[in-house]
Design a protein around this ligand. Structure first.
Ligand SMILES: [Zn+2]
Ligand SMILES: [Zn+2]
Length: 385
């Protein structure tokens, strides 16, 4: 241990301020950590902005299978501070977005066009690097991982080079941070995972940071009816900005509208993007789809609840499909630049996603605001060093 520490210091260990979770239901703790220098195929990043995604809140709620303690944050953009040996994708000084699932380009998933399932993402829950070690350490010598092997709620983090995607100079860091998870996850859930087509009817459950982008994706793909269900009035209002054609506070009202507007044919797609998935939402989503309909699930629920519990007859009778979507089926190396291109051309609204900005020290308040339904997306802006 002491020898390893000495060696790491010689290579440039730095101190970084970070928000960590030590145990469920204890909130975020602001602390200083030691951060190792990057090893082979690793990059040390100075983060400028981090998206406050619901998935990090699942850690503090005890609903995410994550090794604790952990540095939060899996949406981030910043500048490459230093690189380890053999790094070829980026260099010091590059502006980058971190993809919450890396894309190594070589594994079976990557080489068959499914970078969202890259094998290098296997340590997302532990933050362990492929050599079996961790880069964050606290004062007592405890090894700490970054969520999704990132940890964007830290001023600095070491990440795999495979998680880095160059961020064009004209794109602000806070916009960059959003396209590392929430935007492609939502947009891709509609465009790729569901495969929405022109003229279809789509019902989207939950219009937060992910659902708002499912709305944009469904609309851009040409859906005739983009129906949003969300209990929060502010989110329903924003959903209309993002392209929703009809919004409802509850699933039953949406169901009645869909029956009416489709003359009983029901919806082609239901996409589940709530903050917390429940069995009732999956049931409603299944029943709102018609013959050959498809339910796409892009959210997780309480660890204690099995949210998918649908009678098989409902699937067989109408030949409905029920499928999960990870990262919206996106290929980050292709889709992140593509989505930023759509943002540039005005076809994808990203500025409108950012409701509030917070300092690192305000992370607990930021998540309270999310729980209270005040934000589409909060963004954490790291203090300039
Ligand atoms: Zn996320
Ligand atoms: Zn891969």
């Amino acid at each position: 241990m002491s020898q390893a520490t000495t060696q790491a210091t010689a290579l440039g260990t730095i101190t970084t301020r970070a928000a960590i979770v030590r145990a469920p239901h204890t909130g975020w703790e602001l602390t200083e950590l030691q951060l190792d220098a990057p090893k082979a195929h690793e990059v040390r990043i100075k983060f400028h902005a981090a998206g406050l995604c619901h998935s990090d809140h699942h850690i503090t709620e005890g609903d995410a299978p994550v090794r604790l303690p952990v540095v939060g944050g899996h949406e981030g953009a910043g500048v490459v501070e230093s690189v380890g040996p053999h790094v070829s994708r980026v260099k010091p000084g590059d502006r980058v977005v971190c993809s919450y699932i890396p894309a190594c380009g070589k594994c079976r998933s990557c080489s068959t066009g499914h970078q969202n399932m890259c094998d290098e993402g296997r340590n997302a829950g532990t933050g362990m690097f492929p050599d079996g070690t961790w880069r964050f350490h606290d004062g007592s010598g405890t090894d700490i991982g970054g969520f999704c092997t990132l940890g964007t709620f830290s001023q600095y983090a070491v990440v795999l080079e495979w998680a880095c995607i160059k961020l064009p100079d004209d794109i602000p860091f806070e916009i960059g941070s959003l396209v590392g998870c929430g935007v492609p996850t939502g947009w891709g859930s509609a465009v790729y995972a569901a495969g929405v087509r022109a003229g279809q009817t789509v019902v989207i459950y939950g219009a937060g940071g992910v659902g708002s982008n499912a709305v944009q994706g469904a609309r851009y793909a040409g859906a005739k009816n983009v129906v949003v269900v969300d209990p929060v009035e502010f989110k329903r209002d924003m959903a209309k900005v993002f392209g929703a054609t009809h919004t409802f506070a509850d699933a039953q009202a949406a169901h009645e509208f869909v029956v009416d507007t489709t003359h009983g044919q029901l919806a082609d797609h239901a996409i589940c993007t709530p903050g917390v998935l429940t069995g009732d939402i999956v049931q409603a989503a299944t029943l709102v789809t018609g013959k050959g309909g498809k339910v796409t699930i892009t959210a997780v629920g309480k660890v204690t609840e099995k949210s998918v519990n649908v009678h098989a007859g409902l699937l067989i009778g109408y030949q409905r499909q029920l499928r999960g979507a990870l990262f919206g089926d996106c290929n980050p190396l292709y889709d992140v630049p593509r989505l930023l291109g759509l943002y540039r051309s005005g076809d994808l609204k990203l500025d409108e996603l950012v409701t509030r900005r917070y300092r690192l020290d305000e992370v607990n308040q930021a998540y309270q605001d999310m729980v209270d339904g005040k934000n589409i997306r909060g963004v954490l802006i790291h203090e300039p060093a």
